[in-house]
Structures are given as structure tokens and as C-alpha cells.
Ligand binder design. Structure first.
Ligand SMILES: Cc1cc2nc3c(=O)[nH]c(=O)nc-3n(C[C@H](O)[C@H](O)[C@H](O)COP(=O)(O)O)c2cc1C
Length: 354
């Protein structure tokens, strides 16, 4: 399959599965436990019904949005996902280049074997944020924060929904065995030994994080802090009170705790609770332009996609990541035109049938 032949993500996913090694495929695809939540995320967006408007001026469509002060031309971000060398030899550098070529925000994961400085070179002027798991050593974390600022990362995304690794029988059977040169080079302190589903880490709280840590980080970071992994309005409010400038409604793609609410279930509640005091984004199962339109209508400022860029990355490197983002963006523009929504500000709750 040529990457430009990507007309829907079902075909791309099949192709990605064909080219990935079995452990890489399982790492990318798996959800936790019985894998209920991962596919439910996608089904939840699909089951919401749109109420399109007609006879609106939709020749000119404006998809631009400001993300914590930086204007970008698309509300689609590349979500933080680890270990891109499993998917392509150029790893995170390819992802950064592909996202920059598509004009999309790239949220780089803590977990990966590429230095933040190298991602900055590959991403050039492209917008980028960095995702962090709270690390025990604050001095080392502080040094990393300074390097991020120097490398042009404009926000810090603190992931809070994975204090311990989830359990995946599938990944247990087909584990990723990380080679020593593929450790998480940006992680201060001890790198993750093998895989997020590492059975030798049973019972270890890898990333204990509380609201006091968030307060410290918000003061120390030097860039805005966004909290990722929130599924409740009351938690979102506490995050904002502790200094967060943004909140990502996420259940980690169903990878750590199974049978949670879907993100489509709770995006409205969180957006309403935050009352515009911080920016609200959402991820999980976003696979179509109509999914994005629905997420924005329910109160998200932008969406993140996790697995689809990895499919593109594995099939065609940077060009594959770019193709995935551009295809999704095209679908969004079409959905906006077909629903009488000329700008993102016009994506309001009345677009969804209740
Ligand atoms: C292979 C893989 C690795 C991930 N690694 C991270 C990570 O390092 N940090 C993080 O905050 N989220 C991580 N996530 C979760 C994603 O950021 C995102 O929340 C999720 O994938 C969104 O769902 P989607 O894949 O259905 O789009 C990972 C997801 C996948 C698929």
C-alpha cells in the first residue's frame, strides 16, 4: 500500500499490522485486561448523532485554533505515545517531522529513545509540547524542564492516569524486549526497564503523583502545564486550582484501567466544570472527521490521536505521519462543510442530537 492511498484508517491499520513486528503491533494496539474500553472509545463517538445545519456559508472554512497562545491551523494533535523506534528506524524524529509538515502539534512522550534536542531539530518550527510522568528526583526533573524550554517545547503535559502499569495479557504473551540503546533517554532517574506491561514491576508504583506535585510543577516548569488523564469534572477543577492551564480528558486509550467511562461520555461534564478557566482537550478513539467535530461541539478545544500516527509511522515514516494527519484534517473540513460549521467557534452543542 502506498501511503497516499490511505483513504480510511481501517486499511491503514491492517497495513500497519502487516509491517510491524508482533511485539510492536501488540504494544501499539493492546488495551488493558479484557480490552473493553479501547474499542468503546471509538464506538462512543460513532454513536453520537449529528444534526447538520443547512444553507450556511461554508465555502471558506477556518480550522485554526490557538493552543495555549500558539496559533495552529488544525485542532488535531499527535498524542504522546512511547517508543517510536519500535515503529520506524528514525523514531520520534520522524514523527516530529511528519507532524510539523502537517502543521500539527506534536506532544512528545517521556518514554522514548530520542533526545528532546534531536526532536527539536527534526520538528523545526513545528509546534511541540512534552509529556512527562512525574519523576521522583526534582533536581533532575528541573534540569529536564530547562532543556525543554531551551528546545522550544511550549507546554508540559503531565500524565496522571498511570501511577502503576496496567495489565495486558496480550502484551505479557508477546512482550517488547527493549535493547539497552533504546532506553528512555529523557527520563530523569531510572528508565522504564522493559515495557509498560513489564511483569517484573508488579506492585511497584512507578509514578506516584498528587496535587502537591502538580502545584510544584506548575510553579517550576517555566511553561504552562496541562494535566492528561482526567475523566471527572471535580478533578479537572482541582487541577486548574493547582495551576494547570489545560486538561486532557483521556482514559489513556483504554491501556491502563479497563471498563472506564469513554471520553465521549464525559467531555461535556469536564468542559462545563472548567468554565473556560483552562483549555480542555480530549483523546481516545478519534478516527474520523465527524468524531473531531463532535468532540469540539461538546466542548473540546482540540483533539489528540494516539494510535493512528503510529500506523502511518510504521508504514511510511514521517510521510506516513503527515498523511494520517492530513487525511483526518480533510475529513474534518468536509464534516464542517456538510454540517454548516464554517469555523471551530461554530462547533456548538446543538450539533449533537440529544
Ligand atoms: C503505543 C502507545 C503508547 C502510549 N504511550 C503514552 C505515553 O508515553 N504517555 C502518555 O501520556 N500516553 C501514552 N499513550 C496514550 C495516548 O497518549 C492516548 O491517550 C491514547 O492513545 C488515545 O487513544 P487512541 O489511541 O484511541 O487515539 C500511549 C498510547 C499508545 C497507543
Amino acid at each position: 500500500m502506498r501511503i497516499m492511498d490511505c483513504v480510511d484508517f481501517d486499511a491503514l491499520e491492517q497495513e500497519a499490522r502487516r509491517v510491524m513486528t508482533p511485539p510492536a503491533w501488540v504494544f501499539c494496539d493492546t488495551g488493558a485486561d479484557d480490552e473493553i474500553t479501547a474499542p468503546e472509545n471509538a464506538r462512543a463517538w460513532r454513536s453520537l448523532k449529528l444534526r447538520p445545519r443547512v444553507l450556511r456559508d461554508i465555502v471558506d472554512v477556518d480550522t485554526s485554533v490557538s493552543l495555549l497562545g500558539r496559533k495552529v491551523n488544525t485542532p488535531i494533535m499527535v498524542g504522546p505515545t512511547g517508543r517510536h523506534h519500535l515503529f520506524h528506524k528514525d523514531g520520534e524524529r520522524a514523527t516530529a517531522a511528519g507532524a510539523a509538515a502537517a502543521g500539527a502539534m506534536y506532544v512528545m512522550s517521556t518514554s522514548g529513545a530520542t533526545l528532546v534536542e534531536d526532536v527539536a531539530i527534526a520538528g523545526g518550527d513545528g509546534p511541540r509540547w512534552f509529556q512527562l510522568y512525574m519523576q521522583p528526583d526534582r533536581d533532575e526533573t528541573g534540569k529536564l524542564l530547562d532543556r525543554l524550554v531551551a528546545s522550544g517545547f511550549k507546554a508540559l503535559v503531565l500524565t496522571v492516569d498511570q501511577p502503576v502499569p496496567g495489565w495486558s495479557p496480550r502484551a505479557y504473551r508477546v512482550p517488547v524486549i527493549a535493547s539497552p540503546d533504546r532506553r528512555s533517554v529523557n527520563m530523569p532517574g531510572q528508565p522504564i526497564a522493559r515495557t509498560a506491561y513489564d511483569p517484573t514491576r508488579k506492585g511497584i508504583v512507578m509514578f506516584p503523583t498528587n496535587f502537591k506535585d502538580l502545584e510544584w510543577l506548575a510553579k517550576r516548569a517555566g511553561i504552562p502545564v496541562v494535566v492528561k488523564g482526567v475523566l471527572r469534572g471535580d478533578d479537572a477543577v482541582r487541577c486548574v486550582e493547582a495551576g494547570a492551564k489545560g486538561v486532557i480528558v483521556s482514559n489513556h486509550g483504554g491501556r491502563h484501567i479497563d471498563t472506564t467511562v469513554t471520553t465521549a461520555d464525559v467531555i461535556s461534564e469536564v468542559a462545563q466544570a472548567v468554565k473556560g478557566k483552562a483549555e480542555v482537550y480530549v483523546d481516545g478513539g478519534i478516527r474520523r472527521g465527524t468524531d473531531i467535530l463532535k468532540a469540539l461541539a461538546l466542548g473540546a478545544r482540540a483533539v489528540l490521536v494516539g494510535r493512528p500516527p503510529l500506523w502511518g509511522l510504521s508504514v511510511a515514516g514521517a510521510a506516513g505521519v503527515q498523511a494520517v494527519l492530513e487525511h483526518l484534517h480533510e475529513e474534518l473540513v468536509r464534516a464542517m462543510r456538510l454540517s454548516g460549521t464554517p469555523s471551530l467557534a461554530d462547533a456548538t452543542p446543538d450539533l449533537i442530537f440529544k
